[in-house]
Design a protein around this ligand. Structure first.
Ligand code: HEM
Length: 440
């Protein structure tokens, strides 16, 4: 589909076949991002990873982040944070269960993921002087907002929606916070005292060439570090929390699926202990449940926009340089021709003979995008989402409050950078493990 969005020509990709053509066969030609005002203002002139154009800078930053922050060994290294934070949540839910309290699941999940990701990225999540979480939430809303200036650039000067002013204000406050955090890390260089986090790792490579074999020998500085940290937080928190929120919603509306999942975990883990990360690889039905939730609710339903680097003709269609490419992952995951007549239904068993790995081979469901710009946080995202879901359904039975019938649970979505539930999910937990198990 071809669209003219203000002054910007755009095409929309809505089938897995076309996605393969753009994100695999011709990936290098579509591996750039358009400049968008929100990220220019909030991310130091798009100096992070997600919105920077395809360039030696982006390639080097991506390599740095993939190797030093998001590799399998780093995902494992940060495992204790996930375990601790989840332990704290389970304890507080146990108390809620004792009195039959209705829990705002959306809120507790968001808070949990914030705690996990902030501690991993910045070392801690709370500061007396500033409300970092609020600031990041505001920045996320601003980057995801529909900004007229991105489509009719001359209107930008008038700032009709007030977004330029808001972006500048938020960016200034965020910069002050990030400066304070980096300074705090520089002053506490002994990582034995505090656990190593992303800030320490990035500071340890400041002023070194990112990729010594590369003739473009880029060196990262303080501004780059701030932009990368911000990108990591924005990319990690909302996405992971939203996947968990939708998966739990579907489990609550499908008691049959919930039971099979709880039985699977029960068989592997038993009722005398909590789930551990090493258990996850044995939980095949859990994988299917999450693949199914990601198919129906890709949290970035239009991925992150791409931009055509050089004019090209594909399947007889001429695509001009700088055309914006929007990939409709939402439509691809619901394509009746690929997913059969029950494509709209939550039915994890469809993945029995189809193992998804999201590494760029399959185009029938692309919740992490594909090609050079695909999500570099897949392993971290999946490890977090799987552990949280497994733990919450292993430790508790969940019931919808106010006599809501599971099949009538409201599943409306809200528009933004990610697509969360329009209404928060509420449920009543009841503890289902032996009462004598220890939380570490
Ligand atoms: C389950 C959770 C997650 C989902 C569903 C998700 C999804 C996505 C999607 C759809 C994209 C755009 C891909 C494209 O344009 O083809 C993306 C990009 C990105 N994601 Fe994730 N993501 C998740 C978790 C994470 C985590 C935990 C991190 C890191 C801490 C992360 C970091 C990034 C970054 C940096 C990019 C931009 C990559 C680039 O432009 O080169 N994501 N993600």
């Amino acid at each position: 589909m071809s669209l003219q969005l203000g002054q910007v020509p755009a095409i929309v990709i809505s089938s897995s076949k076309a996605a393969e053509s753009f994100l695999k066969t011709h990936d290098i030609n579509f591996a750039s991002r358009p400049k968008i005002q929100g990220s220019e203002l909030l991310s130091y002139g798009s100096k992070g990873m997600a919105f920077s154009e395809y360039s030696p800078y982006w390639r080097n930053v991506r390599k740095l982040c993939t190797v030093k922050l998001l590799s399998a060994s780093k995902v494992e290294m940060f495992g204790p944070i996930r375990k601790e934070e989840l332990g704290v949540l389970v304890k507080s839910l146990e108390k809620a269960a004792l009195v039959g309290e209705v829990v705002n699941v959306s809120d507790v999940v968001e808070n949990l993921i914030e705690e996990i990701m902030y501690k991993m990225i910045l070392g801690r999540s709370k500061y007396e002087q500033f409300d970092l979480k609020k600031l990041v939430q505001r920045a996320t809303i601003l980057v995801g907002a529909f900004n007229l200036a991105d489509y009719v650039p001359w209107l930008g000067a008038f700032d009709i929606q007030g977004l330029t002013r808001s972006c500048k204000e938020t960016s200034k406050s965020l910069d002050e916070v990030l400066e304070a955090i980096i300074t705090e890390h520089e002053q506490t260089t002994n990582v034995d005292i505090h656990r190593e986090d992303f800030v320490d790792i990035l500071l340890s490579v400041t002023s070194q060439a990112i990729n010594p074999e590369n003739e473009q020998n880029l060196v990262i500085d303080r501004t780059n570090i701030k932009a990368i940290l911000l990108d990591m937080i924005v990319a990690a928190v909302d996405t992971s929390a939203t996947v968990i929120e939708w998966t739990l919603s579907e489990l609550l509306s499908h008691p049959r699926v919930m039971k099979i999942l709880q039985d699977e975990i029960q068989n592997e883990v038993g009722s005398k202990r909590m789930v551990e990360e090493k258990d996850l690889k044995k939980l095949n039905y859990l994988d299917m449940v999450i693949d199914e939730a990601l198919r129906l609710y890709p949290v970035a339903p239009l991925l992150v926009p791409r931009e055509c680097r050089e004019s090209i003709t594909i399947d007889g269609y001429f695509i001009k340089e700088k055309t914006r490419v929007i990939v409709n992952a939402w439509a691809i995951g619901r394509d009746l021709n690929v997913w059969s007549k029950n494509a709209e239904e939550f039915y994890p068993e469809r993945f029995i003979n189809k193992k998804m790995n999201y590494q760029g081979q399959d185009f029938e469901s692309i919740p992490f995008g594909s090609g050079r710009r695909r999500c570099p946080g897949i392993q971290l995202g999946l490890a977090t989402v799987k552990l949280v879901i497994a733990q919450l359904v292993h430790c508790f039975n969940w019931e919808l409050p106010y006599n809501i019938n599971p099949s009538n649970l409201n599943m409306e979505e809200k528009f933004g950078l990610s697509i969360p539930r329009a209404q928060h999910l509420h449920a009543i937990p009841s503890y289902r493990l032996s009462s004598d198990i220890k939380h570490e």
